[in-house]
Design a binder for this molecule. Structure first.
Ligand SMILES: NS(=O)(=O)c1ccc(C(=O)O)c(S(=O)(=O)NCCc2ccccc2)c1
Ligand SMILES: [Zn+2]
Length: 261
């Protein structure tokens, strides 16, 4: 059927037809305005326990490139910051733009970055499954990290070198032993606000934690993301995977808190 995507006919401006919550009161992403963020001294530092990380595979789901993790126990978790519980890492994926264009979902005072990494975690303390958590107001915690063009990123090579194996929608490849800790910038200073998934079903179940500092990658590495395709190998229409981002949504009275002055 008429599946959602990032094209003219099925892109973010159309999603509200199939997913009315697209016009809800806590939609993501948003434009973060640092001057309007409220410093909250009660926010503890973010703790990422990715030591015994268990990545499983890398896949092209027709919307992004996704690295999935074993999430049957608490070996890879995030806690602290605005979170009352420990949240388990389920997957990470990216959003990016066309060559020379912006592609992040969150913006900072209108600045769009070339790309944005999302590490998706779920509240396995309160909920029995990811699906149940994804439908609950405090079910998910997504850590957002901006990507900026600069020196090449050593840790990212493992991911960009695997992209040739998942060029087309529906392809999966083994991807074990990858620890996303290597993708973090020096500072874990963050903004946080209550929001939603940025793709359908757009559930308003995400506590967003967006790092202030970007990670850096080279233009060559960024170019490898654009060798991916939205389409499956069998489709005759070749559509380069790029501009797979939702633009900022209305704040609707929400407060963005900052962990730093
Ligand atoms: N940009 S974002 O962090 O909001 C996001 C984007 C894509 C996906 C995804 O489904 O791959 C996800 S997900 O992995 O959280 N899945 C959400 C959709 C879903 C809900 C309930 C059960 C399965 C999938 C999150
Ligand atoms: Zn995302």
């Amino acid at each position: 059927g008429h599946h959602w995507g990032y094209g003219e006919a099925n892109g973010p401006a159309e999603w509200h037809k199939g997913y009315p919550i697209a016009q809800g009161s806590r939609q993501s992403p948003i434009d973060i305005v640092p001057g309007s963020a409220v410093y909250d001294a009660s926010l503890s530092p973010i703790s990422l326990f990715y030591n015994n990380c268990t990545s499983v595979n890398i896949t092209n789901n027709g919307h992004s490139v996704v690295v999935e993790f074993v999430d049957i126990d608490d070996r890879s978790v995030i806690q602290g910051g605005p979170l009352d519980n420990m949240y388990r890492l389920k997957q990470f994926h990216f959003h990016w733009g066309g060559k020379g264009c912006g592609g992040s979902e969150h913006t900072v005072s209108g600045k769009i970055y070339p790309s944005e990494l999302h590490l998706v975690h779920w509240n396995a303390v309160k909920y029995k499954s990811f699906g149940e958590a994804a439908a609950a107001s405090d079910g998910l915690a997504v850590l957002g990290i901006f990507l900026e063009i600069g020196i090449e990123h050593k840790g990212l090579h493992q991911i960009t070198d695997a992209m040739y194996m998942v060029k087309f929608k529906g392809t999966v490849a083994d991807f074990k032993g990858f620890n996303p800790k290597c993708l973090l910038p020096l500072s874990l200073d963050f903004w946080t606000y209550p929001g939603s998934l940025t793709t359908p079903p757009l559930f308003e179940s995400v506590t967003w934690i967006v790092l202030k500092d970007p990670m850096f990658l080279s233009e060559k590495q960024m170019g490898k993301f654009r060798t991916l395709n939205f389409n499956g190998e069998e489709e005759e229409s070749r559509r380069r995977m790029e501009n797979n981002f939702r633009p900022p949504q209305p704040l609707k009275g929400r407060t963005v808190r900052a962990s730093f002055r």
